[in-house]
Design a protein around this ligand. Sequence first.
Ligand code: X8Z
Ligand code: ZN
Length: 616
Amino acid sequence: MTRPLTVQPRMRALLAVLALTALPSAAQETRVPRAPAAKATPDEAKKFVTSLNADLKRLWVKQSTAEWIKSTYITDDTERNAASVNEEVMAFTNTAIKESRRFDGLKLDPETARMIHLLQVSQTLPAPADAGKRAQLAATAAKLEGLYGKGKYCGKDGKGTCRDLEELSDVMAKSRNYEELLDAWRGWHAISRPMRPLFEQLVTLSNEGAKDIGFNDLGTLWRSSYDMTPAEFEKDAQRLWGQVKPMYDELHCYVRGRLARQYGEANVPAGKPIPAHLLGNMWAQEWNNIYPLVEPYPGQASLDVDGAMQAQGYDAQKMVKLGEKFFTSMGLKSLPPSFWERSQFTKPRDRDVVCHASAWDVSFDNDLRVKMCIKPTEEDLITIHHELGHNYYYTYYYQLPVLFQAGANDGFHEAIGDALTLSITPAYLQQLGLLKAVEKNDKNLINLQLKDALEKVAFLPFGLLVDQWRWDVFSGKVKPADYNKSWWAMREKYQGVSAPVARNEQDFDAGAKYHVPANVPYTRYFLARILQFQFHKALCEASGYKGALHECSIYGNKEAGKRLQAMLEMGASKPWPDALYAMTGTRQMDATPMLEYFAPLRRWLQEQNQGQKCGW
Ligand code: X8Z
Ligand code: ZN
């Protein structure tokens, strides 16, 4: 589909379609296709990608239709149906990739060469050539996501009222009671225990699939879609982490000190990791919900938007309209009527659905949708902008051949909507009547920056570690017997958080995070947190803005809109450094704009942390 979540897109596979005469039929996929006697030519390669695009489109539409139905109505039937289409797609893709190897070493035109490369790295879940194993992998993947979507906690003895992730997350966000938080945390982390054997199977089978198409393991395949070698990409991700880690450490130190005041030194000791259930979020990935506990200057102008949204009767429709208006204010087009008819904005009362937000173009033809379970909160308003960023990418590249219908890299896709949210300033919110006037002074600035940092900076290590862990799992460095131990080692190393109660290898805490059972790569979100500040800076410059980066807003600016649109229209047709260059004038991902944005907060944090025992 492509896109579940924007993205799962890369499970593309297709049916062996007759028109693709160069490809062996699906029934033959178990043998490696041999080159025909005649030598392959560049001209043949061109024809190959032309039919490939047509066939992929047919298959991906079929696949994302099945995925949409499954995600908005989880049953054994819809799971089996989606798994069967995924099987078809995986079979076709495996065969097509092998066939494309005939063109290795030929001098091809850049478009054809890029399409062949994109085909080879297109899957996040490649299947072994063996039909039985392929069917098993597809069924396992569907079950895993289903277990997550259906997850509920019904109290310690299993006999209480059952609560789903939305309800438990609400506790994590609002409760300040240590035990109540622990209960919600523990309850949700129990839903992933039954995933463990399925996940193990998924690793084994998809690794076999990756090998079959020429990659060492699945992690290597995932790291191969960044227009550099997998080893270079690993290094680049660590380089970016090195740029931002000092800022994260400063935030961690300050927040830990404030949490110790709230929950006591015994619960939150200095110099030690923070218990993972105290940060306002099930995975401690974003900390904005504990802003009231860590507010630098209480008594200054309120930054609370939730209250105003609820008081003013903001519903899902109104929130999405507001999101769309941000894009149209920059001169981008309106969403098509079908978006409003076909999206799922709120959680249906009568069935299980995948609530995790996602954006779709189901027919790869401007059939835009979002799937969310929207609540009237600022957090969901931000997520709506995030999802619409995906939809706007889709709408500007849907006329390209399907192999080019993707982000320049997957981090770009995740960064578009987020970049725009950096312009959701107090002044903008005030215009909407969602905030009272916020006077421009130093204290208000620090309050505001800290609130932003709780979302943007706090996320960075989590964004990185999910795949650091999975890459080790896929490479075999981490064995199944150590899944949980190694997960917590990563969480402690990067985030400086610890499990709030003893864990063991019956637990499968990584599985309590959507992207693990749903098999969605996660490094994209780490990249996006950094890229969005690069985009923001470039769009501000395009708009003619000259002041401090953290004060810029591109709302309503048509020049910024044009610059953005030009990049969106490129899709994946060029290597990502070219797209980045078109947008920003640089060819490297770089955290400098993010550091520049948060410069005032960093000075303040450094003062606050003086004399503290930072680190863990
Ligand atoms: O999964 C998402 C989006 C859909 S692409 C809602 N995000 C990550 C997460 O929720 O863990 C956005 C931020 C990180
Ligand atoms: Zn996204």
